[in-house]
Design a protein around this ligand. Structure first.
Ligand code: FAD
Length: 417
């Protein structure tokens, strides 16, 4: 029996703890918070979209950074095994639109509870309010951790292996403040710079000028960065006080680079109509409202809250009588509708990002065991690694799969001694 330290009682750490304990090890989980799974609690709007009932390849297709690294992890513990795992622990689950899997109770806390109960059954020692702040090293191996229970008082403890499951930087209020990067760097690991992903955009026009709260359905969104198309999608989005958000925008954010000098979000507000069909539709509305002011003639065509912005972008005077609007002006209205452009100035940042891009460079981690290639005895799982996926339960699947693989692999090398 080997002694294993797991740093972090989030999704990956809880899963890793279960698998390491089931493999017969003596496991200690260190968690800086007063309870486990603070982030799990807020996933899926409190309902926890815990996985996506899809085949491994379909899951890997939704991974944005380093999908190939995940082959062993996802194939050895896929979505179906994950569902089976949770069901065996007594969690009833259901599958909704887009294969998204949730607890039947719609309570994310139930996901954490079954994991905690299993850890307890296995005799795992979970130490809350304990923040790991260093790794011990002996004879070229990772040999333990240093941690503080109270501010200023550091203690050390020896372990045969240590698994870093500290998450990324997003939603730092949940305890994921990026500690794992410093720990990994202290072991000699290269850390890929982080940026927020699955996050809203701030735009121009911005605060005060946008119809905050207005949702758009059945629209197309194209995002370009420095003239290059980085995203094309169809679906729903939402105006906020500072810019745009919603499913399309979150997905688009996963492909953004760092340079915001020329990022544009172009919304096709009438994607079901091509330009000619849209022009005919506008003409019909204009004929019906020939004697009205322009601003009062287009309320069947656009959401009420968007009309002022559309009028401003079209360059047509709001008080111009519809029968005076020229063909050229109508063409501009078509153009503004098909390419409703916002300049993207930034993102909502780590405070509101669902996931962190970047992290521990996966080239320095063995994908079949999750062990460090730099410091034997050190392992990684979850968002601390340079891995991220789109929404739909894929990010938690990464945490479950890498956590299970690390827990299963940890100290396996000793079997051959
Ligand atoms: C609002 C929101 C909604 C989301 N919804 C979904 C969803 O529905 N489906 C989905 O698939 N994904 C979702 N995600 C993403 C998902 O939550 C993460 O991918 C996942 O939680 C990552 O798991 P992790 O174990 O790597 O990290 P975390 O869950 O962040 O856990 C890390 C843990 O480590 C602890 N820790 C950190 N540093 C230390 C230290 N030095 N010492 C001790 N403990 C430490 C932290 O307190 C934390 O408990 C959502 C994320 C957010 C923010």
């Amino acid at each position: 029996m080997k002694k294993i330290a797991v740093i972090g009682a989030g999704a990956s750490g809880l899963m890793c703890g279960v698998f390491a304990a089931r493999a017969g090890h003596n496991v200690v989980v260190f968690e800086r918070n007063e309870k486990a799974g603070k982030k799990i609690y807020i996933t899926g709007k409190g309902r926890c979209n815990l996985t996506n009932a899809s085949d491994p390849q379909e899951i890997l297709d939704k991974v944005v950074s380093n999908p190939r690294f995940l082959y062993s992890a996802i194939y050895s513990f896929d979505a179906y095994l994950t569902m089976d795992f949770f069901e065996k622990l007594g969690l009833e689950i259901k599958t909704e639109r887009g294969n998204r899997v949730f607890p039947v109770s719609d309570h994310a806390s139930d996901v954490t509870s079954v994991l905690e109960r299993e850890l307890k059954r296995l005799g795992v020692d979970v130490r809350y309010r304990t923040r790991v702040n260093g790794l011990l090293r002996e004879d070229g191996r990772c040999s333990g951790v240093s941690y503080s229970v109270r501010e200023g008082a550091t203690e050390t403890e020896k372990f045969d292996a240590v698994v870093i499951c500290t998450g990324g930087r997003s939603y730092p209020s949940t305890g994921s403040t990026g500690d794992g990067y410093a720990l990994a760097a202290s072991a000699g690991h290269r850390i890929i710079p982080q940026r927020p992903s699955l996050v809203s955009f701030t735009t121009e026009p911005g605060e005060g000028e946008l119809p905050a709260g207005l949702g758009l359905k059945n629209v197309s969104l194209k995002v370009t960065q420095s003239g290059r198309d980085i995203y094309n999608g169809f679906g729903e989005m939402l105006f906020t006080h500072k810019g745009v958000s919603g499913p399309l925008v979150l997905s688009a954010s996963a492909f953004l680079g760092d340079d915001f000098s020329d990022v544009r979000a172009c919304i096709d507000l009438k994607s079901a109509l091509d330009e000619d069909a849209l022009d005919r539709r506008i003409l019909r509305d204009f004929e019906k409202n020939a004697n009205k002011d322009f601003v009062n003639a287009i309320d069947e065509l656009y959401p009420k809250n968007l009309i002022d912005l559309i009028v401003a972008k079209s360059g047509i005077s709001p008080r111009k009588k519809v029968h005076d609007i020229t063909k050229e002006e109508r063409r501009r209205l078509v153009e503004v509708t098909k390419v409703f452009e916002l300049r993207v100035t930034g993102t909502g940042g780590f405070e509101e990002a669902v996931i962190t891009r970047g992290g521990v460079d996966v080239k320095e981690v063995d994908p079949s065991t999750m062990q460090s290639r730099i410091l034997p005895g050190l392992y990684f799982a979850g968002e601390v690694l340079d891995l991220d996926a789109l929404t739909g339960g894929f990010n938690l699947q990464i945490a479950w799969s890498t956590g299970a693989l690390a827990g299963n692999s940890v100290c396996n090398e000793f079997d051959f001694e």
